[in-house]
Design a protein around this ligand. Structure first.
Ligand SMILES: [Fe+2]
Length: 177
C-alpha cells in the first residue's frame, strides 16, 4: 500500500494487474453501447444489472485498495464504462473538475505500439513525463486527480475496442498532495 501511495503522490498514478477486480464485469461482451458526442466514444447502456455490477465493483476496489489508503474515503458518483476516446481524452487534461480526487480505471483490452491507446502522465507545472504505459487486460490504474498532474491518451491506430471502467473516490487531500 505504501507503493500505491508513493506512486500516486510522486508520479500521479499507480498501475497493477488484478483480474479479481473484474469479477462483476465478466458479461461485458454481451452489454450494449450508445454513442456519445459523435467523437468515437461510446458509453455502456445502463440497466439495473449493469448498475449493480458497477456498484459492486466500486465497493470491491474500495475494500481492497482505497480503504487501506484512507479509512475515511468517500465514494464518488459518475462511474462509467466507456469504449474509445473523445477529443478531450486525446489532449493533455486533468479530470479534477469532475470533483473527485482519485479515479480508478479498469482496463478490459490490451493495447500495444501497433494498436495505439497509450496512457501518459506528466507534472502539470514542469511538464516532465512521470510515466506511460500501454494498458493490458486486467490492468488497474489509480490516478491522482488532484491539481499537480495531467494525462493524455495517444490515438488508436487500429479500429479496436478500448474498454475502460472508471470509478471515482475522494480521499484525504494530504495523500494526493
Ligand atoms: Fe482523463
Amino acid at each position: 500500500m505504501q507503493k500505491l501511495h508513493d506512486d500516486l503522490f510522486n508520479k500521479g498514478f499507480h498501475k497493477l494487474n488484478d483480474p479479481e477486480l473484474f469479477k462483476y464485469l465478466t458479461e461485458i461482451d454481451s452489454w450494449e453501447w450508445k454513442n456519445w458526442k459523435n467523437q468515437g466514444l461510446q458509453l455502456i447502456k445502463r440497466n439495473s444489472i449493469i448498475e449493480e455490477s458497477i456498484n459492486e465493483t466500486q465497493k470491491l476496489i474500495a475494500d481492497k485498495y482505497i480503504k487501506p489508503l484512507d479509512e475515511s474515503y468517500r465514494f464518488g458518483g459518475e462511474c462509467e464504462i466507456v469504449n474509445g476516446m473523445d477529443d478531450a481524452t486525446l489532449s493533455w487534461h486533468n479530470d479534477n473538475i469532475e470533483g473527485y480526487n482519485l479515479c480508478v480505471l479498469l482496463y478490459m483490452d490490451s493495447m500495444d505500439e501497433d494498436i495505439g491507446g497509450m496512457t501518459r502522465f506528466r507534472d502539470i507545472h514542469s511538464k516532465e513525463i512521470t510515466g506511460e504505459f500501454y494498458p493490458q487486460k486486467y490492468d488497474v490504474s489509480f490516478m491522482n486527480h488532484g491539481v499537480r498532474f495531467e494525462h493524455i491518451v495517444t490515438p488508436m491506430k487500429l479500429p479496436m475496442d478500448r474498454r475502460v471502467a472508471l470509478f471515482n473516490y475522494n480521499i484525504n487531500k494530504v495523500l494526493i498532495g
